[in-house]
Design a protein around this ligand. Structure first.
Ligand SMILES: [Zn+2]
Length: 252
């Protein structure tokens, strides 16, 4: 009888130990799951913070190919983005140039108006595909190193030229070249004074290098439509700073 009691006691003790062990396992796995979850949430928040764009204005515009869309080193175009309404320019140019229809028509008006003022403009470069931009960027990196290449050119996806809304202008005096001295030519002065009347802005102005991420480019024009281009010009700000200050309502 005693032996049976002792056996029963041992059995019960084993049962309790087993239950205790099971509870411990359940507790430990719940706690570790909670820990992993909170860790990954922390990581996500960190990632989100890191990836947050400077301006969130045109997230949807990037997909729709909106005329106002912001493209820069923080707002990239997809590799397969190609504007659906590209047309060839029938204007004086260094090489065959394509742009989106609306931008091309506005540029034609600008060239005509310049011509009436005795100014002969020439287009150097317009739409560039993602692949073409990659070739250009890689060549720059090879010839001048990554830091300098980043200051004067764009990585693929970062270039406004892929939007079909940007054009590089030059003139005979510049021998078709793109240099900051363009601003000292009659053509460069005319462009600086009148581009906004045809919907264009000088996209990388002097003094905004730290915001735009590019050196001063008096030749690189970006089409925004007459209304917005005039507003940006009047503000005296680069496009990034303009959007940050005035936001969406300024575009309407
Ligand atoms: Zn350009």
């Amino acid at each position: 009888m005693r032996k049976e009691q002792r056996n029963a006691f041992i059995l019960k003790r084993r049962q309790w130990l087993l239950i205790g062990l099971l509870m411990l396992i359940v507790f430990l796995s719940t706690a570790s799951l909670h820990f992993i979850k909170s860790q990954s949430q922390g990581q996500q928040t960190q990632n989100k913070k890191k990836a947050a764009p400077v301006v969130t204005l045109n997230d949807k515009a990037a997909e729709s190919g909106s005329i106002e869309q912001l493209v820069n080193k923080d707002h990239l175009l997809l590799a397969d983005y190609v504007p659906s309404d590209l047309v060839g320019l029938s204007l004086k140019s260094v090489r065959p140039v394509q742009m989106r229809r609306e931008a091309a028509e506005a540029l034609t008006k600008m060239f005509d108006a310049a011509s009436r003022d005795g100014i002969t403009l020439s287009a150097n470069s317009g739409y560039r595909s993602y692949a073409e931009q990659k070739t250009i960027y890689d060549q720059h990196v090879q010839s001048m190193g990554e830091a300098k290449a980043n200051a004067i050119s764009s990585k693929p996806g970062e270039s406004e030229h892929q939007t079909g809304l940007a054009v590089d202008l030059t003139c005979d005096e510049m021998e078709g070249d793109l240099q900051q001295t363009f601003v000292d030519t009659d053509e460069g002065k005319w462009v600086a004074a009148h581009a906004q009347d045809y919907g264009y802005i000088v996209r990388f102005p002097k003094g905004a290098e730290k915001i735009t991420g590019y050196e001063y480019e008096p030749w690189h024009l970006r089409y925004l439509g007459v209304d917005l281009a005039k507003k940006v010009k009047k503000s005296g700000l680069c496009y990034e700073a303009y959007l940050k200050k005035y936001g969406k309502q300024a575009i309407k």
